[in-house]
Design a protein around this ligand. Structure first.
Ligand SMILES: [Zn+2]
Length: 91
């Protein structure tokens, strides 16, 4: 009985660790960790586990940058990268 409960606890904790990035995703634009309900876009982009393999955009950022799908996010990311490059060149 005790061994069964222990095994159950270990299995549950492993599940939580495995799906932690899906339960609490990190926004790719504002870098904040929120619950899954706060996110509008949440997609797997690669084979890497954790935050690196996911693209997530929270509702606040999607409203701020008018992001409705993944292509909009890529556009915003490219604009940001270009702006950061220009700032670095000015310095
Ligand atoms: Zn965000």
């Amino acid at each position: 009985m005790d061994i069964a409960i222990l095994f159950l606890i270990i299995a549950l904790s492993l599940l939580v660790i495995m799906f932690y990035a899906d339960i609490f995703p990190k926004c790719s634009l504002c870098n904040r960790v929120k619950t899954r309900a706060c996110f509008k876009i949440h997609k797997t982009s690669g084979i890497l586990p954790g935050y690196k393999g996911n693209i997530s955009v929270c509702r606040k950022c999607s409203r701020l940058y008018n992001i409705y799908n993944l292509n909009d996010y890529i556009k915003v990311r490219n604009i940001r990268k270009k702006a950061e490059m220009n700032v670095n060149l000015d310095l």
